[in-house]
Design a protein around this ligand. Sequence first.
Ligand SMILES: [Zn+2]
Length: 89
Amino acid sequence: MNTSVECMKPPICIICYKEFRDSDEGGLVYFEKSKSDERWIKTMKVEGLTGHPPYADWFCDKHYAAAKELSHLTISEAIEILKEKFTEE
Ligand SMILES: [Zn+2]
């Protein structure tokens, strides 16, 4: 059985929900941590757990570069901007 406690989210683009298996098709972008994210890190450390960080998410090749450009924002701010930007197309 799988002994790893790691529980990463499957790679599905948060903007267009495209699923990809190959890391060449997209990637994980880490955003600025918010106060609640800092709390999450602390809790995980105390509990000795690992998991998918709430301040990171998957983006397909189409949205990865734009997401990376906004990685200085928190994830909720960035996703709001990205969704607005890409739904106009
Ligand atoms: Zn996408």
